[in-house]
Design a protein around this ligand. Sequence first.
Ligand code: DX5
Ligand code: ZN
Length: 220
Amino acid sequence: MLILSPSILAADFSVLGKQIKEVEAAGAQYLHIDVMDGCFVPSISFGMPVISSIRKITGMIFDVHLMIEEPERYLEEFAAAGADIITFHLEASRKPDDVIRKIHGLNKKAGVSVKPATPIMEMIPYADLMDMLLVMTVEPGFGGQSYIPESTGRIREARRIFDERGLAKDIQVDGGITADNVHVALEAGANVIVAGSAVFKGDIGRNICKMQKAFLDFKR
Ligand code: DX5
Ligand code: ZN
């Protein structure tokens, strides 16, 4: 199934609740929530208080992308705040398998993310355990960057690794995705699509409609 996960990093935070309602009404299934600690990435975004307050206004699936060092320190808190999927960076943890098990112990789905310079092969030891692989298609830290073209081969490699092992896992892509280039990621094997600027800049309903049309064109 193809899933759209709008990233609230690109939202207008003065009207965050209203914009989330618009995204939900337009039919997006996930809500992508970027947590940055100013350490794993240079920027700082927001944390648990924001997540628990938006949890009260929507039933969307909360797809929480942790760009933080030692994510194992905060898993319980993100689960309690309302995360449904918790994705952490392979580069940020010394024992990724323990982190995945801990997320599963909290009854949440576990995603593992790789930065553009991390060889895809490094996810192989965890391929079976994870629910989703997030292939970063820009350097994590900021919205509004351009899709890195080398990402396409990396998505393809990840899909091949899963297929060879008979694993039907989700592959998420994040960064620089638009209605005009999303087909490239879909063709390579991605099925969970994050979009920040392409959803929140301009008319949200119209933007989501364009993205859904691109999904349909791909399926044809
Ligand atoms: C970047 C974040 C992304 C970002 C995507 O570090 O992980 O989720 O919000 O934004 P766009 O779609 O604008 O590149
Ligand atoms: Zn993200």
